[in-house]
Design a protein around this ligand. Structure first.
Ligand code: PEP
Ligand code: MN
Length: 263
């Protein structure tokens, strides 16, 4: 179901006029985690003004350490919905566990399935039965084939609105958080009709590498980007070191606009 041989024309996912997989790349931006009403509303205004169309923000966070901030849960979802109401941005947020499917579906516009859950088959089947688009992140060490088969789990349950997200894979490189596999973008677009977006934030782990890799992702033909932005990265409760400051995000958005017009 994911293959071009099955469906030759590219899939365009239309969320109330925001088209993912269309001519123009779609930018999703926001904090790693929803931390407070003030933080998410301020970030939403900033990214909206800079030209983003979708607000990201984790309410249920998959943290490596159980002692790290785990997210605000349903309270975080409500704050995202409030930010949507105020700005008109759409929302993408992670679903970690089937038990939260209904509550996440109530608030979000797009389900995010994280890298750690790319092969959580019951979770994939569950969002496959849901009625909202799914952004499926590539697993930490997933091959392209495994990634597409994970998408197949969702689509075979009936949900045809899947967005693939390249977020870097584990390699022997130790100077970056992950190794962003930019070649997967044109490769997956050859094999599959599904839109592919890039996450240079988790792909590099360093804000000053996020900017060149975001430019490169668009130049490689990505259908969009998902970027972590925080009003004050030094005080972020998660992933501050890879979050862009508002002014840097604004500059990057101008560059992205130029690059996407040029290709
Ligand atoms: C995220 O985008 O919030 C996240 C946790 O990313 P990943 O699943 O790619 O690690
Ligand atoms: Mn993060």
């Amino acid at each position: 179901l994911t293959g071009r041989d099955f469906k030759p024309d590219k899939t365009v996912i239309d969320i109330d006029g925001v088209k993912i997989g269309g001519k123009k790349p779609v930018i999703m931006a926001g904090p790693c985690a929803v931390e407070s009403e003030e933080q998410i509303l301020e970030t939403a205004r900033i990214v909206k003004e800079a030209g983003a169309e979708i607000l990201r923000g984790g309410a249920f966070k998959p943290r490596t350490s159980p002692y790290s901030f785990q997210g605000l849960g349903e309270e975080g979802l409500k704050l995202l919905a409030k930010a949507r109401e105020e700005t008109g941005l759409k929302i993408v947020t992670e679903l970690m566990d089937i038990q939260h499917l209904d509550v996440v579906e109530e608030y979000t516009d797009i389900f995010q399935i994280g890298a750690r859950n790319m092969q959580n088959y019951p979770l994939l089947s569950a969002v496959g039965k849901a009625s909202k688009p799914v952004m499926l992140k590539r697993g930490m060490s997933a091959t392209i084939k495994e990634w597409l088969l994970a998408a197949e789990y969702i689509m075979s349950e009936g949900n045809k609105e899947v967005i693939l997200c390249e977020r870097g894979i584990r390699t022997f490189g130790e100077r970056t958080r992950n190794t962003l596999d930019l070649s997967s973008i044109p490769l997956v677009q050859q094999i599959s009709h599904l839109p592919v977006i890039v996450d240079p934030s988790h792909g590099t782990g360093k804000w000053d590498l996020v900017i060149p890799m975001a430019r490169a992702g668009i130049a490689a033909g990505a259908d969009g980007l998902i970027i972590e932005v925080h009003p004050n990265p030094g005080e972020a409760l998660s992933d501050g070191q890879q979050s862009l400051k508002p002014e840097n995000f604004k500059m990057l958005m101008e560059e992205i606009d130029l690059i996407s017009r040029a290709i």
